[in-house]
Design a binder for this molecule. Structure first.
Ligand code: SF4
Length: 446
């Protein structure tokens, strides 16, 4: 039986907090992230709501990919054209190959996409270049070639080590690849790799999940994402749910409650994975820079069928069809900052400087000063209700009740924005209600 104890918030150590703060503060105007959507998978999982198509054996994959790269090139040049809203961006700080299963792409194709981006944009020296993949494509040789072409972060969708859960979900499974993936990752040249696990498969027990997790942790990943199995309308899983069973929702709540402390106990100090977002955990300096970009409302260029993009003012969503994507360039519609609230900073579980909150609300979302004041009042209410903490910059992340109450009565604006906001576990449990509360306050104030 695996031992688990409740989360103790003060266990966030100082190094993690400092590097997380630096990461949040590192986003600069005129810097861009790029998301590239690769739309094929070996098999279409029943539960999947992403735009992904099954790669048919009889198709000529080489021709298919060449055509895809051609269309990608066309979209990139149209979106970066002189009079377009992305034209002012010159520097890239993150690139993310998502999908679908981008690890199906041969390294030469990935290299040609990176060269296309590099021809028009500067890559910052510490640019994070991530690729998502599945165990069946991540051989040692492939990992080495990815590293050689400049990809510096890989994330593998393990989901579970139990094939029985996959069979019912129509997910591709290769025994051999699942046996070797952890040692392949450990012995690869990547210093930054992560993995996804899922919880809530019909019939899955808490111990099944934590055994998967323990096995994964033997590879010492720098990053972990946890996804609950959900029923998305329109997916084959939605129509077959009666046959294969409903997701184990109680298990999902239990896992998310116990995970932070479990991970803290299963890593030596600086190697422990710490929760920095609702479903994401990382070692210090390894939170995913590209994903944080979404939560701090920073622009990103989305390329490929089904990709989304945001230029800081307009949001667009490319058609979820290859032929429509090839023929249409969606210019997007002006964003509504309030409707984006659930994906903004509220998802972050690490300590967020209030200076970032102020910047996001006033500069990125272009809300008035009265909205910032309304947000401050809400933060103080949450602090009083025991849902969040506001603490001083030099406290090193060690929360004390006395200190927090004193600080929440900051005398000046400067004193106030030098504080940090951080959820307590009690706040995360009622996050939806809190999002609604802040949404209402901002709506009335703007
Ligand atoms: S492998 Fe991932 S993207 Fe592909 S169908 Fe399955 S869940 Fe969707």
């Amino acid at each position: 039986m695996i031992q688990k104890t409740p989360l103790i918030q003060k266990d966030f150590n100082k190094d993690f907090n400092e590097s997380f703060r630096n990461l949040l503060l590192s986003f600069m105007p005129h810097e861009l992230g790029v998301y590239i959507h690769f739309p094929w998978c070996l098999q279409k999982c029943f539960y999947c709501d992403f735009f992904s198509l099954e790669l048919k054996r009889e198709q000529n994959h080489h021709i298919l990919y060449e055509r895809y790269i051609c269309s990608l090139r066309k979209e990139f040049h149209l979106r970066m054209a002189k009079n377009s809203s992305f034209a002012g961006f010159q520097k890239i700080t993150s690139v993310f190959f998502g999908g679908g299963t981008p690890s199906l792409m041969p390294a030469e194709l990935l290299h040609s996409i990176l060269s296309m981006l590099k021809a028009d944009l500067d890559f910052s020296p510490d640019c994070e270049i991530s690729l998502e993949g599945n165990p069946e494509n991540m051989s040692q040789d492939y990992l080495c070639s990815l590293h050689q072409i400049g990809i510096n972060r890989v994330n593998v969708g393990i989901q579970t080590f139990r094939p029985s859960f996959f069979h019912e979900m129509n997910r591709f499974y290769s025994e051999e690849c699942y046996q070797s993936i952890l040692s392949d990752l450990k012995n690869s040249p990547f210093l930054n790799f992560g993995a996804d696990l899922m919880c809530g498969f019909p019939g899955q027990k808490s111990d099944d999940f934590f055994e998967d997790l323990e096995r994964l942790l033997t590879a010492n990943p720098n990053h972990l994402s946890i996804y609950g199995l959900t029923i998305e309308e329109g997916t084959p899983y939605h129509s077959h749910v009666k046959k294969i069973g409903f997701p184990e929702e109680e298990l999902q709540c239990e896992v998310l409650r116990e995970l932070p402390s479990f991970l803290l106990q299963h890593g030596k100090e600086e190697k422990a994975l710490k929760q920095y977002e609702i479903s994401n955990f990382a070692q210090a300096t390894f939170p995913c820079r590209h994903n944080i970009r979404y939560w701090v409302y920073e622009p990103y260029l989305g390329l490929g069928p089904g990709a989304h993009g945001f230029d800081g003012f307009y949001r667009y969503a490319n058609p979820k069809s290859i032929s429509l994507w090839e023929d249409t360039l969606d210019q997007g519609i002006p964003h509504c900052p309030l409707s984006d609230l659930p994906i903004l900073l509220l998802r972050i579980c690490g300590r967020v400087p209030l200076a970032i909150w102020k910047k996001v609300l006033l500069e990125n979302c272009r809300l008035p000063m009265s909205s910032w004041q309304a947000a401050c009042e809400i933060f103080q209410k949450w602090e009083k209700r025991g849902l969040a903490v506001l603490e001083a910059q030099d406290s090193g992340g060690h929360y004390s009740e006395k200190q927090a109450i004193g600080i929440s009565r900051a005398r000046s604006e400067k004193e106030y924005i030098e504080q940090f906001f951080q959820w307590k576990p009690e706040g995360i449990q009622v996050l939806d209600d809190c999002v609604f509360e802040l949404y209402s306050a901002l709506r009335h104030s703007s």
